[in-house]
Design a binder for this molecule. Structure first.
Ligand SMILES: [Zn+2]
Ligand SMILES: [Zn+2]
Length: 133
């Protein structure tokens, strides 16, 4: 299977605001550990771990993500299988949703979550019936 770059178009599950801008997903986040709040952008590329933020998020800290438009939390009552931090859930414009871990540095932090990218893509194909490969 080829490893194509897959950019997910994500939107807020509450107000449907488009959150993907270019190859980034724009969110606001609050980090309890450091009591900081600000803009965070994640890579919208499926399986990529890059994170940029307007403030310093220490490795291992958990962030509470919010929609930058309606300021509603996008956290869910589901916990990361790798580190037990709460997961974030965003809707896909095309339908369905993605979940990822809110802990900085966790492998589940990537959009699309944990696991092998080939497994994830074939899972996505099954789930959404969209042939990416
Ligand atoms: Zn919203
Ligand atoms: Zn995790």
């Amino acid at each position: 299977m080829s490893k194509q770059m897959l950019v997910l178009q994500l939107c807020c599950p509450h107000c449907s605001a488009a959150l993907t801008q270019g190859n980034r997903v724009r969110l606001d986040a609050y980090v309890k550990d450091t009591n900081q709040d600000g803009e965070v952008s994640l890579s919208a590329v499926f399986g990529e771990y890059a994170v940029e933020s307007s403030f310093d998020i220490p490795e291992g800290a958990v962030a509470e993500f919010r929609c930058p438009e309606c300021d509603t939390s996008v956290m869910i009552q589901v916990y990361c299988r790798q580190c037990n931090a709460p997961m974030v859930s965003l809707n896909q414009v095309a339908g369905g949703y993605v979940e990822f871990c809110s802990r900085r540095g966790c492998k589940g932090h990537a959009i699309g979550g944990q696991g092998d990218i080939d497994d994830m893509i074939s899972m996505m194909n099954k789930k959404f019936n969209t042939p990416y490969d």
